[in-house]
Design a protein around this ligand. Sequence first.
Ligand code: C2O
Length: 575
Amino acid sequence: MVVNSKPFCSFLLYLGLYLLSTSAMPKTNATVHYHDFVVQATPVKRLCKTHNSITVNGMYPGPTLEVNNGDTLVVSVVNRARYNVTIHWHGVRQMRTGWADGPEFVTQCPIRPGGSYTYRFTIQEQEGTLWWHAHSSWLRATVYGALIIRPKKGDSYPFAKPKRETNLLLGEWWDANPIDVVREATRTGGTPNVSDAYTINGQPGDLYNCSKKDTVIVPVDSGETNLLRVVNSALNQQLFFQVANHKLTVVAADASYVKPFTTSVLMLGPGQTTDVLITADQAPTRYYIAARAYASAQGAPFDNTTTTAILEYKSAPCPAKGVSVKPIMPILPAFNDTATATAFTSSFRSPRQVPVPTDIDENLFITAGLGLNNCPPGSRPRNCQGPNGTRFAASMNNISFQLPSTFSLLQAHQQGIRGVFTSDFPANPPLKFDYTGNVSRSIWQPIPGTKVYRLKYGATVQVVLQGTNIFTSENHPIHLHGYDFYILAEGFGNFNPRKDTAKFNLIDPPLRNTASLPVGGWTVIRFIADNPGVWLFHCHLDVHINWGLAMAFLVENGVGELETLEHPPADLPVC
Ligand code: C2O
């Protein structure tokens, strides 16, 4: 679907593109899609109560964008809300268009209330499901939507064309203003309140109060195959996902195809997408599609509710009047079923042999985990409500990431503005310790900093991500902006270079933008630094970003225009 919100402009643009394509440019059937996003407060009723939620165009979830590989998106965002906002196109590689990536204070200053900004970027060699979301405070709780990338016109899926396609966005709902929830946590230093519901396409479903009649229905005909595009858009929770009595064949993840495999359970960390084929081969009735937490941190509070939608066979016999047929419920894994989560994440392969970089220029070892800051003497107890009068923190290599506030990192880099960041993010932990063992309390306190790691254009990069057991260990969905990376291996305990390198899959590792770092374990990823700019690398649990579980890669320009970051757009917001 092409939405031409500015018909005359797009006519001129098409004309321009046509003239260009008939002269200098190679022939292309790529399309330019124009969208208007108005960020605004909208009454949304869930769980028996109405909240004035921040939405895009009054929709929750927001509009679905559908494009073909190779197409260009031009999205004009107008901010009519009372908060700063930015929009991030999660997983889009943004080749040379870092200005359109979206994370606040990283690639742009926020769009202030009343302000606007137009994001322009082209989808290059990505197919499958991505999504977009606000990248400012906790606005993404309600500001998000799907970005569907189909093959180029004339190309087809690497599997039989499904009869239908259904987007299933898993979300997280607070019976409160999510911005108040995070502000309160920042004030107290403790953990933010957990959510009150999970949602599927914005609806909690049958099992919650006042939610039954709006439960999402996914219709199917007996015998047909449907492509489900599942996105974990929740703020702070990994989720298990299941459809009662039905097998799921995974065909893609994070907009890259995978070697198909069949499973009954998916596990997605926030940020991850999984495309699955489901065939309606069961008795014609109603089946629950259900999701609930995979919560790996021992003893930590989490939202233990279950969201549902209903897979409904259209040929299901009509129930007698007044009788409702209860859908069949799947038996979901226990919230702490790490074995099931691991079996799932380690099943991914690329469809065929892939060019994994082997000569490594930059070999980084990055620890990721929590921390606790001691409260400075004289601070008030109400601001130190973390464990034993501390404040929660998190870090990578012991640096607790602080966003700048006067310039974005990308602006500061491109314009040579000093004093905004330093380039001394350490390639190794400043201190070696038994990362997943009983970590001495004396090294729980990270150091705040705005540090980037510089990469030469074209460098081959390996990152060993090592979870820590500081305060507690847990699974972290680690996301890299502007890149996809190969996941070579994952494991539990401390990474051991002498024996674990033997586990590396150098043949057909999966290509992802978000890796699930196992609880008390490690993950190894590789990529080539072929996209100049400043790219955030962070845990996609928003609570952990707030605490500083992030860093950024600064990738220098290469040689010539095609290896150089584009000029910033004229309407780039200033801080
Ligand atoms: Cu999906 Cu930094 O984001």
